[in-house]
Write a protein that binds this ligand. Sequence first.
Ligand SMILES: NC(=O)c1ccc[n+]([C@@H]2O[C@H](COP(=O)([O-])OP(=O)(O)OC[C@H]3O[C@@H](n4cnc5c(N)ncnc54)[C@H](OP(=O)(O)O)[C@@H]3O)[C@@H](O)[C@H]2O)c1
Length: 233
Amino acid sequence: MLAVISGATKGIGRAVSIAFAEMGFDLALGARNQEQLEEFKLYLENTFPKIKILSRATDFSIKDEVSEFTKAIKKKFGSVDVIINNVGIYATGTISNEEEGLFEKQMQTNLYSAYYLTRPFLEEMKQKKKGHIFNICSIVSKNVRKDAASYSISKYAMLGFSKVLAEEMREYQIKVTAIIPGAVNTSSWDGIDLPKEEFIQPKDIVDVIINAYQMSKSTLVEEIIIRPFNTNY
Ligand SMILES: NC(=O)c1ccc[n+]([C@@H]2O[C@H](COP(=O)([O-])OP(=O)(O)OC[C@H]3O[C@@H](n4cnc5c(N)ncnc54)[C@H](OP(=O)(O)O)[C@@H]3O)[C@@H](O)[C@H]2O)c1
């Protein structure tokens, strides 16, 4: 069994990678920083010696790089069981004042990345009639923030991607689940002075993903909204 995880070295991606390794999955992991990827791979190999791991420095906002990653996965493993479309970067700004190019960067990183990573595996998943794709959206996929304009647009679209894919895959028994979190205590918030103990913890996101993954074959968790009690976050 193989899980493919984008943005795997930190935060939610890292926690989810460890959880799937604990379940005995082989892993295909991508992030941009080669050194951090190598370190994480080494940690996983030492902790879970039985699993196979492919790690490759990949910028998921760049189609050709994702294509090289997916080709390497097919060569090493053949087929994929779980895809976690996790890559995403947060940015503030309004439509009228955000810096030029931010919109494109946000769409490429937060939305196109998932399209690029998922498509190459769909035909084979359809033939096997098996697989589970998780798309990490955001609470702004439901309630947009005007001060995080491009981020909100990209995450709204990511939920759209997830819903369309879920409908397309339904007849093939491939599950597609949108995870819709409020603030999660990850490195995204480094340097920002907020009470992170009041945020959702990465383990909570892991728990909902694993729970959705382990549901009966007949059950599809379409989306999960998870928020801190303190809804300011
Ligand atoms: N944290 C929150 O409060 C929160 C709330 C709602 C939704 N989310 C969503 O959850 C997802 C994960 O967030 P997180 O907070 O766990 O992030 P994080 O701690 O900042 O980690 C991001 C991961 O993605 C990688 N990454 C970033 N840009 C990349 C790119 N262009 N190509 C490849 N890898 C890239 C980073 O490694 P490199 O820098 O080495 O590439 C890192 O491994 C995102 O989609 C985010 O929007 C987060």
